[in-house]
Ligand binder design. Structure first.
Ligand SMILES: [Zn+2]
Ligand SMILES: [Zn+2]
Length: 78
């Protein structure tokens, strides 16, 4: 298993911990709660579209918003 170089396994999923266990724990808990409530759609705080609590907990907005942000902040990756 490769050593962690400041990034955790959830980094591609938007985890901001960069190896900080406390931050990672907080996020894991929020994600677990979001998954438990996944049956109830919530509104995206940015565009108001219905999305899943998991999406909000993971990225802070819906999938469409995340895609739009990725395009604007990392244009070279798209
Ligand atoms: Zn993490
Ligand atoms: Zn949105």
């Amino acid at each position: 298993m490769a050593e962690h170089v400041g990034l955790c396994a959830d980094a591609p999923l938007g985890c901001p911990c960069r190896g900080d266990a406390a931050i990672h724990e907080d996020r894991s808990r929020a994600l677990a709660e979001a998954r438990a409530a996944a049956a109830e759609p919530v509104e995206c705080p940015e565009c108001g579209a219905a999305t899943t609590p998991v999406s909000i907990a993971t990225w802070g907005n819906c999938r469409a918003c995340r895609t739009a942000h990725s395009r604007s902040t990392h244009p070279l990756r798209w």
